[in-house]
Design a protein around this ligand. Structure first.
Ligand SMILES: Nc1nc2c(ncn2[C@@H]2O[C@H](COP(=O)(O)OP(=O)(O)OP(=O)(O)O)[C@@H](O)[C@H]2O)c(=O)[nH]1
Length: 433
């Protein structure tokens, strides 16, 4: 990891930590969500009594200042559970308000009249089985609220204290599986007299209900934070893999560049080495070239039984050619003679410019008779060739073939002595050493 990416990682980590702490703190101390339903709300407020069920109780609703006041006369009748209630129509069925995001409720209501100082609060939820025209099919989530005691004094009554009313479950014969508290689609809220309301004048004054909650629950916030960290981790991993691949491909291309440079240098070294071993005028090897050739053929010492014939070929009276026709013509003759010898020898033979106009041919694995024949062939061809300025050019040769275990220098010396004899013997001839 380079320093830039480790800095980015450090800043990203600090940023994520700060955001995580910030969001958690915000969730805990803020992020408030509130729904207030009061007497001034645009919702429809209705007084409901038991007359629809055959009862005789009569309820009236009126707005007094900031409150909805329901006056109710509970009367005994054949109906067993006389009641009056304020109904707040929040929405038109089948749609309702989703109150499940809220955690607790504040009530501002009071009651007077005979009987217990309690009211029943209903959050009626529209369910799959509910019918639009029949509000009794809404699931009744019930809370019995003490209007004088601790309930009203303490605010923030937890929403999860609501329970599905057992009388409603019995009355509607609701299967057990559907009897969980559900407030995600509430079209109606009702505030009702207590279950055992005695006969007489009752009054319920409603000012407001306030639902409190968080825009995001702690679980949602934690899930969000974990997702953000996971996303960051995956993104960082991807970034690291991307960088690693880039580095890898850079290294690969650098390596292949180096290999190319290396190969070029090897070729150049080979060319220079070859140039160092080759006579530029004739293209023949020099003495270093001969040593290289022999050591390639026989690394280390030349084996005792290795067969090797040496042939010296020296142009006759070459000084005269130079003197008569000039040095440049002498060069031309040397070059032509070198071509002639090259055309007569094998690829495996070493052709060496030994001195000024003196050449050596090293013939590995060549028996003596063939070496003599080769020398004779060279000599004869030189004599018969046509040369620049029609110069008559001849050469003298000395041939020696290696005896068993003979030292290379001794072999050279024998060939050289043979050449000397050829010169002494009148030139343009082959002598054996
Ligand atoms: N043009 C030319 N002449 C060279 C070169 N190298 C050597 N020589 C000349 O070759 C001549 C050799 O002369 P000598 O050693 O007397 O031999 P020679 O004249 O051939 O006489 P023999 O070998 O005895 O037949 C000298 O004059 C050298 O200057 C070269 O590269 N180019």
């Amino acid at each position: 990891m380079n320093s830039t990416s480790s800095n980015i990682l450090r800043y990203a980590l600090i940023f994520l930590i700060l955001v995580s702490i910030g969001v958690l703190t915000w969730q805990h101390f803020g992020m408030e969500r509130k729904l207030r339903i009061d007497a001034n709300s645009a919702h429809q407020f209705i007084a409901v009594d038991d007359r629809t069920q055959g009862g005789k109780s009569v309820a009236h609703l009126s707005k007094v200042n900031d409150a909805m006041v329901m006056k109710c006369k509970i009367a005994k009748s054949e109906y067993q559970w006389p009641y009056c209630q304020i109904r707040i129509q929040l929405t038109k069925m089948p749609s309702g308000m989703d109150l499940s995001h809220f955690d607790d409720i504040d009530f501002n209501l009071s009651r007077s009249g005979p009987g217990p100082e309690k009211v029943r609060v209903y959050l009626n939820n529209f369910e799959a089985y509910s019918k639009i025209n029949d509000s009794s099919t809404l699931k009744v989530n019930e809370l019995l609220l003490d209007t004088k005691g601790a309930d009203m004094a303490s605010s923030h009554i937890p929403l999860n204290l609501f329970r599905v009313a057992s009388w409603w479950v019995e009355y509607k014969n609701i299967p057990l599986i559907d009897t969980d508290m559900q407030v995600d689609n509430v079209p109606i809220i009702e505030i009702s007299t207590p279950g055992f309301a005695p006969e007489g004048e009752h009054e319920i004054t409603f000012k407001y209900i306030e639902f409190h909650g968080k825009w995001l629950s702690l679980t949602q916030v934690l899930l969000g934070i974990v997702s953000a960290w996971l996303t960051f981790g995956v993104a960082w991993l991807g970034f690291e893999i991307f960088q690693y691949r880039q580095r890898l491909s850079q290294e690969r291309s650098q390596r292949s560049e180096l290999e190319v440079i290396n190969r070029v240098l090897e070729i150049q070294a080979e060319v220079l080495s070859n140039q160092a071993q080759i006579d530029p005028l004739t293209g023949a090897l020099n003495r270093a070239g001969l040593n290289n050739l022999l050591s390639k053929k026989w690394p280390g010492e030349i084996p005792k039984d290795a067969q090797l014939s040496i042939l010296f070929a020296d142009l006759d009276h070459f000084k005269r050619i130079n003197d008569t026709h000039g040095h440049a013509v002498g060069d031309e003759v040397l070059q032509q003679f070198a071509q002639l010898v090259k055309s007569k020898i094998r690829k495996s033979d070493g052709f060496v410019r030994w001195g000024g106009e003196e050449f050596l041919v090293a013939c590995p694995e060549m028996p003596h008779d063939l070496a003599v024949k080769l020398a004779e062939n060279i000599r004869d061809s030189a004599e018969k060739s046509s040369w620049p300025h029609s110069i008559a050019v001849t050469c003298s040769c000395g041939v020696a073939t290696r005896n068993h275990g003979e030292d290379f220098n001794a072999l050279i010396e024998r060939a050289d002595i043979a050449l000397y004899r050829a010169k002494k013997g009148g030139r343009n001839r082959v002598e054996i050493g």
